[in-house]
Every structure is written in structure tokens, then in C-alpha cells.
Design a protein. Structure first.
Length: 85
């Protein structure tokens, strides 16, 4: 599994997470929102999936991606250590 912090360090992957926070989306819908090729977006989605941040399901011919926010709790827990008491 990829390092969670490395995965979310990339601004494109954070942008994808922001989109998926609104609602689940197909690969095509995600590609439309970026100035990247479909293969480039698919690579980012693969890294997010391998990190456990998104899941994918088939809907006919389409692949639909869904946010799995549970993994983001690890980042929130880490960041909470730096808050003022």
C-alpha cells in the first residue's frame, strides 16, 4: 500500500478527492474537470485506490469512483497532535 501522506501530497489527487467529496463520479466526469489526459487521471485514481482513499465499482461500461474518507482519519489524527492544547 502506498504511503498515505505521499498520495495526498499531490495537488491533482487532492483535487480528485475534493470532487468525490461532492458525489461519486465516473472517470469521464473526473477527466472533464482537469487538463489531463484520461490515462493520466487513471494513474492518479489507481494511486488513490491503492491507498484506500477511493473505491471503484462498475456501472455498465463505466467505472464509478467513490470517496472512502475513513483513511483520511489517519491524517486528521496525525495533524491533531500539533493543535494547541
Amino acid at each position: 500500500m502506498l504511503n498515505l501522506f505521499q498520495v495526498v501530497a499531490d495537488p491533482t489527487r487532492r483535487g480528485i478527492l475534493d470532487l468525490l467529496l461532492e458525489r461519486e463520479r465516473s472517470v469521464g466526469e473526473i477527466v472533464e474537470r482537469f487538463t489531463l489526459t484520461q490515462p493520466a487521471v487513471s494513474r492518479h485514481l489507481r494511486e488513490l485506490r491503492e491507498a484506500g482513499l477511493v473505491s471503484v465499482r462498475r456501472d455498465g461500461q463505466r467505472r464509478v469512483y467513490v470517496l472512502r474518507p475513513q483513511r483520511l482519519v489517519e491524517i486528521a489524527d496525525w495533524a491533531d497532535r500539533f493543535r494547541d492544547p
